[in-house]
Write a protein that binds this ligand. Sequence first.
Ligand code: DC
Length: 224
Amino acid sequence: MIPVITIDGPGGTGKGSLSLRLKRTLGWFMLDSGALYRALAFSVSERDVSSQDEEGLLEVAQSINVEFLDDGLQSSVLLNGQDISNLIRTEDIGTLASKLAASASIRAVLLQKQRDFLKSPGLVADGRDMGTTVFPDAALKIFLTASIEERSLRRLKQLKEKGITARLARLSKEIAERDSRDSEREESPMRPAQDAEILDTTGLELDEVESLAEKLIETRFGKL
Ligand code: DC
C-alpha cells in the first residue's frame, strides 16, 4: 500500500508550508486539496458561471486538470497548463472555494481527482477532510490548529509577501466565517479524524512544527 500522510486543519495553521517541507524531506508527492477547490472557484469566476447553475458548476469541476509542480525551491499550481499559483490566493477566491465546497455533488467529482494524486513512493495530502474522507486509511493523520488571532496575522503576512494587500480585521472575520462554513457543512465537514494527532501551532515557528511532525513520522515509519 502506498503510504499517505494527511495534514488537515483550518486556514492559516501552516498546513501548506508543513506539507511542502515534509514532501521535500520524504521525496513524496503532494496534494494541496485547497488549491483544487480554489482552482475550481477561479475557473467558475473566469467562466462567469452562476453559483445557482448546478449543472454548469459540475461541468467546470469535471473539466479542471490541476497539477502541482515543485523544483525543490519553488512550488506552483497549474490549471489546465496555466500557472495560477498567485491568482488563487485571494480571500475572494478562498471564500468562493469554501462556498462551492459545501456541495455534495461537487465534492463527489473532486474526490476521485484527489485520490488520483496517490502515487509511489507516497503522498502528503493537505486540506480539511484528507484524514476523514479522502484518505481514511492514511498511515499518519495530523490535524493542525492555532488561535484565530495568530492565523489572521500569518495570512496577512502571506498575502503581503505575494503583493496582495488586506486588512487584519476583515481577514479575521473572513477566516472565522470560513471556519464555520467548512466545519458546519453536512458533507465531509472539517474535523480531526478519530485517529488524528492534533498539533496546536500557536506560538510555534514552522521549524518547530516540522520537528514535531517529523517525530510523529519517525514513530510511524522509522528514522528519517
Ligand atoms: O486550504 P484553503 O484555504 O486553500 O482551502 C480553500 C477552501 O476549500 C476551504 O475554505 C474549504 C475548501 N476545502 C475543502 O472543503 N476541503 C478540502 N479538503 C480542502 C479545501
